[in-house]
Design a protein around this ligand. Structure first.
Ligand SMILES: [Zn+2]
Length: 290
């Protein structure tokens, strides 16, 4: 998208690290050579680690939805902040055992996910990255990426943080301004929000003729769920097949590519804000009071 292209001003900003990006402008970790990785770490660039999952997203969206959307947001963010961030190849698989009644879901265990995430952070810390931002694209990974970030801090001494991309600063306001689906539940899973993003990223893979509105997760007094409006205080997850007939939770019939472009822009901008906030944070001064 045009907003991702580098302006002349961005180029000048990049000039503060003249060794780095003047020639390549590369922001994908996997496309760097090892000397470039070393330079990126020494320049204090933030390592952005996308993490998602593979699971059913209704009859109209591919099972890679969480992964593709999260990658797109992180790629766009790192592209905009290419002088101060790199995007690491994503952790593709996540915690989705409650989705296994639907064909397609690939779930890894909670401990596997935590160990995997911490190992990735440990490797990045070993190469000299001092700031790591884990960007999650799958709701049920949330408690685990929190733990991954905490463990990475404890075990490596670097600053690791985690965020769900839909909770990045600015996204909620944009999503609520665009929302035509139900205030609670309309933006949840394979919904107005995710379908709009997919339409903006790869419309040829979306079959809107099969999009259906489904709001059957049975909210009660303290239990409800919505990606953007937030969840109720009672946190629980029943088998997805008990919550949805189609795999959809929300209203994808209200999705448009135009909304998706606005959401992608907001999410990428929000991640850039977090990259800069992390970069600006001074190293923690630990003091042992024994
Ligand atoms: Zn999803």
């Amino acid at each position: 998208m045009p907003s991702g292209s580098l302006s002349a001003r961005d180029h000048r900003k990049g000039g503060r690290h003249p060794r780095l990006n003047a020639d390549s402008g590369r922001y994908r970790y996997g496309e760097l050579t090892w000397p470039e990785v070393k330079e990126a770490a020494q320049a204090g660039r933030v390592a952005v680690v996308p993490i998602a999952t593979i699971e059913d997203h209704g009859p109209h969206l591919p099972i890679d939805t969480d992964l593709r959307l999260c990658n797109a947001v992180c790629e766009e963010a790192a592209s905009r902040a290419r002088d101060r961030a790199v995007v690491v190849p994503a952790i593709n698989h996540g915690y989705s055992p409650h989705h296994l009644d639907f064909p397609g879901a690939i779930s890894i265990g909670a401990h596997t996910l935590i160990d995997y995430g911490v190992d990735v952070c440990r490797s990045l810390a070993h190469h000299g990255f001092r700031k790591i931002l884990i960007v999650n694209g799958h709701g049920s990974n949330t408690p685990f990426v929190d733990v991954v970030a905490r463990l990475a801090v404890v075990e490596t001494g670097v600053l690791a943080a985690a965020v769900n991309y839909w909770a990045a600063p600015g996204v909620r306001a944009v999503a609520e301004s665009l929302r035509e689906s139900d205030r609670i539940g309309g933006m949840n899973h394979a919904c107005e929000f995710e379908t709009s993003l997919y339409l903006a990223i790869a419309p040829e893979l979306v079959d809107m003729s099969k999009a259906v509105r489904e709001l059957s997760h049975r909210p009660t007094e303290n239990y409800w769920t919505d990606l953007i409006a937030g969840d109720g205080p009672l946190v629980m997850m029943e088998p997805w097949s008990a919550l949805s007939q189609t795999g959809v939770m929300g209203d994808p019939t209200k999705a448009t590519a135009e909304k998706g472009r606005a959401l992608l822009d907001a999410a990428a901008g929000g991640i850039v804000t977090l990259i800069d906030e992390l970069r600006a944070r001074p190293p923690a001064q630990r003091k042992d009071h024994h």
